[in-house]
Every structure is written in structure tokens, then in C-alpha cells.
Design a protein around this ligand. Structure first.
Ligand code: 26Y
Length: 829
């Protein structure tokens, strides 16, 4: 703890003030009386960075000196959000910084609002990567995050007349104080061209030489990843694409100058934008190029570092230690191409034999699966591979041949049906490379992200592979960092916990909160807990008013569904219930009910028509309900535009109810469910993903669980599901769906919302919304009853919050360390 005494760090309030003012003058070139909030923010970051960089250097030197084994987390997405408050908390400098700024007449919380979100991800998968690197640093583990330095992150969402409009997100337009460019570590990668086969007269061998058509420069930008309570500062290294130095400007005559500029622009396109899809593969060539670009740059970087420590006096590199020093985690199939790339480097460039290379390769890689949705499983047409990565395609064929003739033949002798299924190549009119299969064959471990999901990965997605390699498959249930998702976003709750426990140990050992169980029934503790919830709701009400103009009563129940928009997540089911409830109130104006605020936050993939239609419907239904005086404010519907990490930090602490209502079997894990429960929301959810494990910890009696189970979903589907039966038999369903057909919510434009009804009836209701409706409605009724009993509600909310220890991402990382990476901690200084 002494290293965190801010005085011993020269970070007393007075020191901090002096540093901030110094940076205001010398780094920002302005003065106290002229400085904008943005300048104050940047000066504050610069003051914090003095300490961050010192620890960064210490960490890197320690890791290099000890030649530690390290994990390299390859991810196309890192959804970091804002870093200022997070870094201050992790360095234990938040309060002293806040006091220093107060003396200077500045409010720290206001300043934090100056920071644009680093939205380099779509949703769960990207945010998971961000939580994981926080935990890796906190646990003092040698680790690097590797990804893409997108110039534009996930689009900014505006709502115009109820519809989603996408606007570019230029998060670093005015500079980002947390990133450092590292031109000294630039890498170059190749693309396209052709492969030459050279026959050796000497030994009769065939040597392959790739003659690429194009080179791309990867410029690394480092984001320091500050661990909590420790001295480890790891890095997140993001690659920006540029035209290479070696670019031959001379060959272009005056006319060619313009072509050369176009060529340069093409190179820089690679890292221009994050693809906004999170469930259906767009199949765009540029996306494959992005994947190769960052995977290849990262591997080159890894090899450069390895070679520094393992080059023999003879100048030869000793690769025998490679798999002992290097672990590479593939965050979904997006970086799969790293597997054939490492084989290419070993075999073509480093002169290793195939078997020697393969023996290292599969030990290095491990793969996390995040989805079972068939449309999200990546496949690339062979013809695209031929054009972009001809040598890698050959290597994939060779991996495939050896697998099919080796392990596969041994377990399934002569079984061509199974071989066709397990092959890395899908045959058909367009032959495809199956990236998931390549990951399974090329990794030593494959994990799902919650117990139920891992079971389905093993038994339904890859059952024959599991017969070949049973031990390859494992589970690591997801987690979230309590630093951002409790300490930083809910400071009053954090304070209550720390004061009651007499220690803040829970911030890393989240299980410690279980010691508060004895207070769950304590009237005084309940009062304090609920007062904090209420204050958070009051704050959120102000944000809602400012963002949408809608007035909500903080005494109402705040019921929140925040996540990407997808039919399997069933925002449309939430909407159907709102319609049914609205009708009940209209038919019975004296209906006794707790005022209920339904809050949504969600982005739709720009090409996903139904998802956008659902956003429109939520907004239109909301408009009508919010302005209907007859219901006396009993129901409010709020769609918060531009849902993102920083908005989640405001919504989550204010939630009474957390909607986690995916069709069982479709949500791999969910992580918002964990964040909401930690902050005292009660889960209204299905037995899907991590919900199952959440209620196992918190008690089903403290939550509202409903709907078909995974097995029931399977059997309903197998027996021929007919949504019309539910429509015809359930009056409320019929009325709600028919309402969407009218112009009640879109005056003058009948049928604008009818597409949702059609998808649920003619479309076959793929995600069984109608089958689960009645059970969902009953769960809502149970929640209403629970909420009416204030003491009972407080107790359940507290129990949810304090039993979430398992969902600390530190625990997830420890599971990876034990089951997958076998890493050792390395204390710095
Ligand atoms: C191939 C491309 C279209 C693609 C891009 C992004 C496919 C998938 C994704 C992102 C998937 C994702 O975010 N999955 C979520 O991962 C979370 C972390 O494991 C899970 O909690 C969540 O259930 C899952 O939907």
C-alpha cells in the first residue's frame, strides 16, 4: 500500500496542482485564464502520464530482463471507452486529482466528459477484451493486447424522427493524450501477388517463394494499460496502416504522381474504419485484409521480441523455447489467419521443417468462440484468398491434408461424410475456407464464454472434433472489471461497501462482498443502499431529459435493456410487452401499478433492416405512450441515442431491472447482465448464457426467470413451431401485433411497423418471441409484486450485487492462466 501513498509518489494535492498547471503551460501552450475544458483535461492526463510512463518503462524492462512468458491477446476489437477516470482510480489518484482540480476551480467529473469514447469495438466481444487487459495488468501478468488503430470507431448514432442515422466517429480528431506513436517499431506486411515453386536439384525438395504485389506499413500506437493496485503497466498495441517508406516514388513520372497518391490512399484505407457488423459476416475483402494486416504485424512484433532474447552466437534463432515463451489468444476467428502466417514464417522464412513448425504452432494458439449463430461463423471464399493471400491458402490446404489423412482418418476411418464436415474447406459452387475449423485444428485449447455455451460449442458446434480431441475443449465464463463497472461508475455504492467492510479489498477480490450478506436484511443498510440507487436514478433522469427531452420520475421502476440490437436478443419481445401493458392501462385507467420506465440503448448494424425497424418501432411507440395523458405517466418509454461505454456507465448504476431476454441457446454469455447485477439490478431473464450462472450465485428467488430452456427451445423447433397458434390463442399477443399493423403509432402512415408483425408470423418467429411472451408477462407481474415490497426488493437487489464475485474478470483471467496459458505473475519493481 505504501507505493500507493500519493504523497510518497510526489502526488500530493499541491504536487498535482503544480503538474497540471505546468502541463497547461508547457504541453498545451495555454494559460489558466484562457484554457478550455479540453486543455484542462489534456493537462491533467499529461500530469497522470508522468507516472504512467515511468511504470510502463519499469514493466517493459522487468519483462524483458526476466524473459517472461507472455500472453498476446489478438482482437479485432477493443472497446475501451474513456480512460481518464479509470486510470486515476487504478493509480489511486482519483481523489487527490479531484481535490487538486477543485482548488483550480475545475470539476474532475466535468473534465472526464471531455474525453471521446475509444469505441474501437461493436459490443460484448470488444468490451470483454478491454476488461481482460485491465485484469491482466491488475494481476501482474505479462501481456500485450494487439488490435487495429481504426481511424473511425463504431459509428455515432443519431435518431431522426425515430430512425437510426449513422455518423462517423472520429475519436482522435483533436488528439488523444493516452496514445503514443512508436515509429521505432514499425512493421511491414505483404499482400497479393503469386507463389513461385522452386525445385531444388540438390535434394529434390520444392521451395515456395511468395512474390507479393503490395507492401503495407503497420505503425504501432501504444495505449498504456494501468493495473489496479499494482505496478504493472502493460500495453495495448494498435496498428495503423500506411504506405511503406520503400514506396517507390521515383518510378512514377509526373503523370504517375496521382496514381501513387491513390496507391497510398489504398494502403491507408485498411485501418480507416471498424466494420459495424457484430453478427452477420459481410464477406468484404477489406475485412480479410484488416484481419491479416493486424495479425501479421502483431506476429512480426512478437518474433522481433523473441529473437532479441533467443538468437544464438551463430546468428541462428533457437525456436525450441518459442512455445514456452509465447501464448497467443485468438478473440474469436477474426485473427485466425495468424495460424497459417506463423507456419509461413517458420517454414518459408526461418527454414523449419513442417512438423517442427506445426509442433510449436498449435501449442502457441488458443481460440475463444463467442457465438453459435451460423451466420456469424466466418468463412472466406477460396477465390478471395487466392487473390489476397495465395501462400496462406496453400498452407491451409497442407494443414487440412495432414489433418484429414492423420487424426481425422485415425478416429473416423474412411468416413467421407465426417471428413467433409471437418474439412477446413467447404466444397460447393463457391469453395470456402472455414475459419472456425482452422482455429480448432490449429489451437491447443478452444473455449466458450459461459458454461452452457461451452457445452454447446463442444456438443453441437464441434462434436466430431471433440471426439478427436476431447481435452481441447474447455469453458471460461466471462467476467467484467469491477474497477470500471463498480468503483468508477458507482462511487457511492463503492464507498458504502468499503466503509461497511472496513476495507476496499473487494475491488480486486470481489468475492469479499459476500461478507455483506448479513446486512442484506439490515434496515439501515437497505436504506443506504436504496438511497444510493435513488440518487443514481435522479442523476440519470437529468441525463434522459437532456438527451431526449423526456421527463421520467425517479420513483418509477427503471427497467433497462442495453445491448446491440438483434432479433435473438429480443428487444421486440420487450416492445410487445410494453404494447400489452399500455393496452391494459387504457382499458383500465385505475389499474394499480408501479410507474414503469422502459429504457433502451442500442445500435443496429447499418445493413440490418429488421433491427433498424425495431428501433423505429420503439421510438414511435414511445412517442405515443409518453404523450398520452390518459395513462397518467404510468408508463414511459425512453430510447437513449448513441449507446456506448460512457453512457453504459450512467445507465447501469441507475437500473432496477436488467432485461436479459435472449432466446435460450443464442446469447453465448452476455456481460451487461453481470454489470447490471453487480450494481443492484434484478435480472428479468431467460436461462441463457451467463444468466444461468448469475442466478446460481444470486438465487432464482431474487430474480425473475422465465421462458423456454435450451432443451425446450430445441424440442419446440424440432416439433414444428407455429407462431400463429400463439397469435390465435393469446388475445394480448393478437391485439399487440394487430396494433403494429394500424397507424396508431405512426399517424397517417399505416403499416410502417407491420414488418415486425410479419417477421413474427409469416416469417416464422425464428427466435420464439411469441412462444415466450406469456411466461415473460408473468415474470413482469412477479417483478411488480416484488417491487411493491420495498424491503424485499432492497434485500434482493443487495443480494444480487454482493454475490457477483464470480463475474470479476480477474477470475476469468485466472481461469485462462490455469487452463489455457499457464502464465506466471511477474511483480514489477
Ligand atoms: C464476423 C463478424 C461479423 C463479427 C464481428 C463481431 C462477428 C461477431 C462479432 C462480435 C460478437 C460478439 O460481440 N459476441 C458477444 O461476445 C460476448 C463476449 O464473449 C458475449 O458475452 C456475447 O454473448 C456475444 O454475443
Amino acid at each position: 500500500a505504501s507505493s500507493f501513498d500519493s504523497a510518497s509518489l510526489n502526488y500530493t494535492k499541491e504536487d498535482f496542482k503544480a503538474k497540471i498547471v505546468h502541463h497547461l503551460h508547457s504541453t498545451l501552450g495555454t494559460s489558466e485564464n484562457k484554457a478550455t475544458k479540453q486543455s484542462w483535461w489534456k493537462a491533467t492526463c499529461a500530469a497522470v502520464n508522468e507516472l504512467v510512463y515511468e511504470r510502463l518503462t519499469q514493466t517493459q524492462q522487468t519483462h524483458a530482463n526476466k524473459d517472461t512468458r507472455a500472453v498476446h491477446y489478438l482482437s479485432a476489437e477493443f472497446l475501451m471507452g474513456r480512460l481518464t477516470a479509470n486510470n486515476l482510480h487504478n493509480l489511486h489518484l482519483f481523489n487527490v486529482c479531484s481535490d487538486a482540480l477543485k482548488d483550480l476551480g475545475i470539476n474532475l467529473t466535468d473534465l472526464c466528459e471531455e474525453e471521446p469514447d475509444m469505441a474501437l469495438g461493436n459490443g460484448g466481444l470488444g468490451r470483454l477484451a478491454a476488461c481482460f487487459i485491465d485484469s491482466l495488468a491488475t494481476l501482474n501478468l505479462p501481456a500485450l493486447g494487439y488490435g487495429i488503430h481504426y481511424e473511425n470507431g463504431l459509428f455515432r448514432q443519431e435518431i431522426h424522427n425515430g430512425r437510426q442515422i449513422e455518423r462517423p466517429d472520429s475519436w482522435r480528431e483533436y488528439g488523444n493524450p493516452w496514445e503514443i506513436c512508436r515509429p521505432e517499431s514499425i512493421q511491414e506486411v505483404a499482400l497479393g501477388g503469386y507463389v513461385e515453386t522452386i525445385y531444388s536439384e540438390k535434394d529434390g525438395s520444392l521451395k515456395k517463394v511468395w512474390h507479393p504485389a503490395q507492401k503495407i506499413k503497420g505503425v504501432p500506437w501504444d495505449i498504456p494499460v494501468v493495473g489496479y493496485n499494482g505496478t504493472t503497466v502493460n500495453i495495448l498495441r494498435l496498428w495503423e496502416s500506411k504506405a511503406p517508406e520503400s514506396f517507390d516514388w521515383d518510378v512514377f513520372n509526373a503523370g504517375g504522381y496521382v496514381d501513387a497518391q491513390a496507391e497510398k490512399a489504398r494502403a491507408e484505407t485498411i485501418s480507416k474504419v471498424l466494420y459495424p457488423n457484430d453478427s452477420t459476416e459481410a464477406g468484404k475483402i477489406l475485412r480479410l485484409v484488416q484481419q491479416y494486416f493486424f495479425s501479421a504485424c502483431s506476429l512480426k512484433d512478437i518474433l522481433r521480441r523473441y529473437k532479441r532474447a533467443h538468437t544464438l552466437a551463430s546468428g541462428k534463432v533457437d525456436y525450441s523455447e518459442f512455445a514456452n515463451k509465447i501464448a497467443v489468444q485468438l478473440n474469436d476467428t477474426h485473427p485466425t489467419i495468424a495460424i497459417p502466417e506463423l507456419m509461413r514464417i517458420f517454414v518459408d522464412e526461418e527454414g523449419l521443417g513442417w512438423e517442427e513448425a506445426w509442433n510449436i504452432c498449435y501449442k502457441v494458439f488458443s481460440y475463444t468462440n463467442h457465438t453459435l449463430l451460423p451466420e456469424a461463423l466466418e468463412k472466406w471464399p477460396v477465390y478471395i484468398f487466392e487473390r489476397v493471400l495465395p501462400r496462406h491458402l496453400e498452407i491451409i490446404y497442407e494443414i487440412n491434408r495432414r489433418f484429414l489423412e492423420g487424426e481425422c482418418e485415425r478416429v473416423f476411418p474412411g468416413n467421407d461424410f465426417i471428413k467433409a464436415k471437418l474439412s477446413l474447406i467447404e466444397e460447393g459452387s463457391t469453395r470456402m475456407v472455414r475459419m472456425g475449423n482452422l482455429c480448432v485444428v490449429g489451437s491447443h485449447k478452444v473455449n466458450g464464454v459461459a458454461a452452457i455455451h461451452s457445452k454447446l460449442v463442444k456438443e453441437d458446434l464441434f462434436p466430431e472434433y471433440a471426439q478427436i480431441w476431447n481435452d481441447k475443449f474447455c469453458n471460461v465464463t466471462n467476467g467484467v472489471t469491477p474497477r470500471r463497472w463498480m468503483l468508477s461508475c458507482n462511487p457511492e455504492l463503492a464507498k458504502l461497501y468499503t466503509e461497511t467492510l472496513g476495507s476496499d479489498e473487494w475491488v480486486t477480490k470481489l468475492d469479499k462482498l459476500k461478507d455483506l450478506k448479513k446486512y442484506a436484511d439490515n434496515a439501515d443498510f437497505q436504506k443506504k443502499f436504496m438511497a444510493i440507487k435513488h440518487a443514481n436514478k435522479v442523476k440519470l433522469a437529468t441525463v434522459i431529459k437532456a438527451e431526449t427531452g423526456i421527463e421520467v420520475d425517479p420513483n418509477a421502476l427503471f427497467d433497462i435493456q442495453i445491448k446491440r440490437l438483434h432479433e435473438y436478443k429480443r428487444q421486440q419481445l420487450n416492445l410487445l410487452y410494453i404494447l400489452a401493458l399500455y393496452r391494459r392501462v387504457l382499458e383500465n385507467p385505475d389499474l394499480e401499478m408501479t410507474p414503469h420506465v422502459f429504457i433502451f440503448g442500442s445500435k443496429a448494424a447499418p445493413g440490418y433492416k429488421m433491427a433498424k425497424d425495431i428501433i423505429y418501432a420503439i421510438n414511435k411507440v414511445g412517442e405515443r405512450i409518453n404523450n398520452d395523458a390518459r395513462i397518467k405517466g404510468k408508463i414511459k418509454v425512453v430510447f437513449m441515442p448513441n449507446y456506448r461505454v460512457s453512457l453504459a456507465e450512467k445507465l447501469i448504476p441507475a437500473a432496477d431491472v436488467s432485461q436479459q431476454i435472449s432466446t435460450a441457446g443464442y446469447e453465448a454469455s452476455g456481460t451487461g447482465n453481470m454489470k447490471l447485477a453487480m450494481n443492484g439490478a434484478i435480472t428479468l431473464g431467460t436461462m441463457d448464457g451467463a444468466n444461468i450462472e448469475i442466478v446460481e450465485e444470486a438465487g432464482e428467488e431474487n430474480n425473475a426467470i422465465f421462458g423456454l430452456s435450451v432443451d425446450e427451445v430445441k424440442s419446440v423447433k424440432a416439433n414444428g413451431y407455429n407462431p400463429w397458434d400463439y397469435y390465435n390463442r393469446d388475445h394480448e399477443i393478437k391485439k399487440a401485433l394487430d396494433w403494429l399493423d394500424s397507424d396508431y403509432f405512426t399517424p397517417g402512415f399505416p403499416g410502417e411497423l407491420a414488418g415486425i408483425k410479419r417477421a413474427l408470423l409469416e416469417g416464422g418467429d425464428t427466435y420464439l418471441a411469441l412462444a415466450d411472451f406469456r411466461s415473460y408477462s408473468d415474470a413482469h407481474a412477479r417483478l411488480e409484486k416484488m417491487y411493491a415490497n420495498k424491503k424485499g426488493w432492497a434485500k434482493s437487489a443487495i443480494l444480487n450485487s454482493i454475490t457477483m464475485g464470480k463475474f470479476n474478470s480477474d477470475r476469468s483471467i485466472q481461469d485462462y492462466v490455469d487452463q489455457v496459458w499457464s502464465l506466471e505473475t511477474c511483480l514489477v519493481k
